[in-house]
Design a binder for this molecule. Structure first.
Ligand code: GLV
Length: 421
């Protein structure tokens, strides 16, 4: 391991017993604070905004460029309506299903999200624990703050690991070895981020992990004391999978530097096949938004694909995931398991994606909102909110089993998929 400490004056110095002390103080503060009633993901989002430094809230809540795709990911869901049915036996309902052969309490996995450990201290560990208890998969991002080993040591069930492809083959081999040693049951290879789409807010906020010491960051932190106290209590404040494991990047605290300097811009289908072979286990290919790419992914023998535009964070102007889902299902739905992400903020969104034919969905911002709002309890709350909405809406559409949900329960406006020349 190289001894690489990010340059740029991190706000927090390592600490020993101080960590325990601030944890105690923070727990005391949480106990005396009156908790608002949370009924929606939007409630969690409001709390997240209030409690987390602006640069990290903004990081989660941005799309690239004009944010058209980011917004359409959610607004396109709103165009699809549900068919109300009555006088149907609604007893013994179940949302239990499987994703890549793994039992899930509902077909909703936690998506890989970079810098999750900056939304709240030890964020990836907390989110993974919440997912494990709820019975849904957790996907750890390569660009996480807590490392693969950190998450493995703090959970008991296998999680999924998301892979960004770096040029350094030795690093990639070691990364796979680490994921294998940690017992990861699948890797998710992200295909839509060889170069990074520009998110204006990240540049304006000077996004870095940990945040750098500036007047603006200090002023913001002065109002986010609980976040700061918790951060003082952990040693996990850098990119845990990268710092100390990879070399050759000028500023290891900057996501933008990593992607520009270390990512493999030459990644092609041949390299994807090599990576799949290098891993040798279950593989999910993420970032598929085109029928031709879906066919390639299916041909390569992926266990699943994720119809995704990276939450509208990459190619602005691309179609929303939910709008592209039907065409991709028509093309490869019988050859490969098709999942989707992008725009899911409720159980009704999950229901709509499943009714169109997806076999699984992912939430990113929705769980991050929970995490930033209330840590592990917030992620659990986000999952509970989504589960309740899914279960109740399924019942009111006259279905008792998520496997019985199909297009019949939907009212899709004519021309929803669009006619594009
Ligand atoms: C990384 O995955 C990002 O979208 O910032």
């Amino acid at each position: 391991m190289s001894d690489q400490t990010p340059a740029g004056g991190p706000l927090f110095a390592p600490c020993g017993n101080l960590g325990e002390l601030v944890k105690d103080i923070d727990q005391l503060i949480q106990k005396v604070t009156v908790m608002p009633v949370i009924t929606t993901i939007a409630d969690l989002k409001r709390l997240h905004k209030r409690r987390t430094p602006k640069m990290f809230y903004d990081y989660a809540e941005s799309g690239s460029w004009t944010e058209q795709t980011f917004h359409e990911n959610t607004s396109d869901f709103d165009q699809i309506r549900l068919r109300q049915r009555v006088a149907v036996d609604m007893t013994n309902r179940t949302t239990k299903s499987q994703m890549i052969g793994q039992d899930v309490a509902m077909p909703v996995a936690l998506a890989p999200v970079g810098l999750t450990g900056m939304q709240c201290a030890d964020g990836e560990i907390k989110a993974a624990k919440a997912a494990e208890k709820f019975g849904v998969p957790f996907t750890l991002s390569t660009m996480s703050i807590c490392s693969i080993e950190d998450v493995a040591e703090n959970t008991t069930k296998p999680f999924w690991f998301q892979v960004y492809t770096l040029k350094d083959d030795d690093f990639m081999r070691r990364l796979f070895e680490r994921a294998r040693a940690a017992g990861c049951s699948a890797i998710v290879i992200t295909l839509d981020l060889q170069v990074m789409g520009q998110r204006h807010k990240d540049l304006k906020n000077g996004l870095s992990a940990p945040p750098k010491f500036t007047v603006a960051s200090m002023a913001d932190l002065a109002t986010k004391w609980s976040w700061g106290l918790q951060m003082l209590g952990t040693k996990r404040r850098f990119f845990g999978n990268i710092v100390g494991h990879a070399s050759g990047v000028s500023d290891p605290s900057s996501l933008a530097s990593w992607t520009a300097e270390a990512f493999d811009h030459a990644l092609d289908w041949k390299r994807v096949a090599t990576l799949m072979e290098m891993w040798g286990g279950k593989v999910i290919l993420k970032g598929i938004l085109d029928v031709e790419d879906a066919k390639m992914a299916a041909e390569l023998g992926a266990d699943a694909i994720i119809v995704s535009n990276h939450g509208g964070r990459q190619l602005d102007g691309a179609l929303s995931s939910i709008r592209m889902l039907p065409a991709i299902l028509d093309a490869v739905g019988d050859k490969v398991e098709v999942h989707m992400d992008g725009g899911i903020r409720s159980g009704q969104d999950v229901l709509k994606a499943m009714a169109l034919g997806a076999k699984g969905t992912y939430i990113g911002r929705a769980f991050v909102n929970g995490l930033g709002a209330m840590g592990e309890a917030g992620v659990t709350k986000a999952l509970e909110v989504i589960h309740k909405e899914l279960d109740t809406s399924m019942a009111l559409c006259g279905k008792r089993d998520i496997h019985d949900v199909d297009r019949d329960i939907l009212l899709v406006p004519k021309g929803f998929e669009g006619e594009w020349a």
